[in-house]
Design a protein around this ligand. Structure first.
Ligand SMILES: *Cc1c(COP(=O)(O)O)cnc(C)c1O
Length: 392
């Protein structure tokens, strides 16, 4: 079965729910059993049996089976958020005193989790690398290195890591790998097939796609996922709500179509921005001008809708006028939904940093991040056009 067909039908058994075309939401805390022997047997296989909804829930499990199949993994587990999934995945591989090599510029809270929280609580040692060359990893490896944490493309600056090469090095040194695949989605990139041990996602972005669910996901082999289910999943207790998983099932039915449409729109918008005289640079892996475009094309079959560009002005008033004049691009955090969004890193950074510190990070006032949604591309371009006209 091809992806579009599989994602629609796989793991659903309509006979079980009286022919209902959509499986029900199993909104129950516990499951009851015929007799002593039945519940006794359930405990013998508690990973794959529904006993209590902090463990397994049948409706949630339908979605997990679809997602595992889509990513080419054996099993997956949904979590209450992307951060819950990232916390569970990193704690699965790390023990007190271990060393981890992490890509600079990964998602901020994931960075805080590893470099601040796990460091303090578990004495985790950490080395940051740019991720651009294999030598960096070689040099950073210590006897206690247990994990490479990757995010490709990274969602702050879209840096691409050579996934097969990095995984090969990791395997040769008995080091595990986690990759945050949120930007590309499981439609455009298959990290497990390139050797990654655990693929993590924020389903709050493209997998959900309707800006109505916060959720997370880990996909991997049965050995790792079963261990996570018994340990990090059950003990940290950050389970997804049955209705949120049910909404994700709704979302999955259009995921292949949505990703195609996001890509088409994003390329049109990026092409427009790149030729505009008031724009200095567009940062989007789908553009030929993108520094790692070749590598991006090698390991992804398509490009999503999140990109950055830099206005050719450092005048904060003009920059604010541009942002405020946009009508279709709404101002907000997050991305990956049906709606187009704009965000300027300056909005949050200027609260914490001086202008000099801010520029020291390689970010400028004129940096914009946009999430290109599913509206008509011509309308989106017109909106940007009129906004750019406001910058004199
Ligand atoms: C949003 C995001 C997360 C965190 O996901 P939540 O669902 O918000 O917890 C993790 N990684 C990346 C790349 C993200 O964009």
């Amino acid at each position: 079965m091809k992806t579009e067909t599989m994602i629609s039908h796989f793991a659903e058994d309509r006979e079980k729910y009286e022919g209902a075309v959509v499986p029900p939401i199993f909104q129950n805390t516990l499951f009851t059993f015929e007799d002593w022997n039945a519940i006794d047997a359930a405990f013998d296989d508690r990973i794959n049996t529904s006993i209590y909804s902090r463990g397994r829930n049948p409706g949630v499990n339908i979605v997990e089976m679809k997602l595992a199949k889509l990513a080419g993994g054996e099993k997956s587990r949904l979590f209450a958020s992307g951060m819950a999934a990232i916390t569970a995945a990193t704690m699965h591989f790390l023990n007190a005193g271990d060393h981890v090599i992490v890509i600079k510029n990964i998602y901020g809270p994931a960075n805080n989790l590893i470099s601040v929280y796990l460091k303090k609580k578990m004495g985790i040692e950490i080395t940051f690398v740019s991720g651009d060359s294999l030598d960096e990893y070689e040099e950073a490896i210590r006897p206690n290195t247990k994990l490479f944490y990757l995010e490709s493309p990274s969602t702050a600056i879209f840096s691409i890591q050579d996934i097969p090469a990095i995984c090969k090095l990791a395997k040769s040194r008995n080091i595990k790998t986690i990759l945050d695949n949120t930007w590309a989605s499981p439609i455009f990139q298959k990290p497990l097939e390139m050797g990654v041990d655990l693929e993590v996602h924020s389903c709050s972005k493209y997998i959900g796609g309707h800006s109505d669910v916060v959720a997370g996901l880990i996909i991997g082999n049965a050995h790792d996922i079963d261990s996570i289910i018994i340990n990090e999943f059950e003990l940290l207790g950050s389970k997804i709500a049955p209705i949120e998983a049910w909404l994700l099932m709704r979302s999955l039915r259009t995921l292949p179509l949505r990703m195609k449409a996001h890509q088409e729109n994003a390329i049109k918008v990026a092409d427009f921005l790149e030729t505009h005289t008031k724009i200095e640079k567009v940062n989007y892996p789908g553009l030929k001008s993108f520094s790692q475009h070749k590598l991006a094309k090698k390991q992804m079959s398509g490009f999503s809708g999140l990109m950055a560009f830099k206005l050719k002005t450092d005048d904060l008033d003009k920059i604010k006028t541009f942002v405020n004049s946009l009508k279709l691009f709404k101002i907000g955090v997050s991305w990956g939904g049906h709606e187009s969004l704009v965000y300027a890193p300056a909005i949050s950074y200027l609260k914490e940093l001086s202008l000099e510190q801010f520029e020291g990070l390689g970010i400028s006032l004129g940096d914009m991040r946009i999430s290109v949604g599913l509206e008509n591309a011509d309308d989106l371009i017109d909106d940007l056009k009129q906004g750019l006209l406001m910058i004199s």
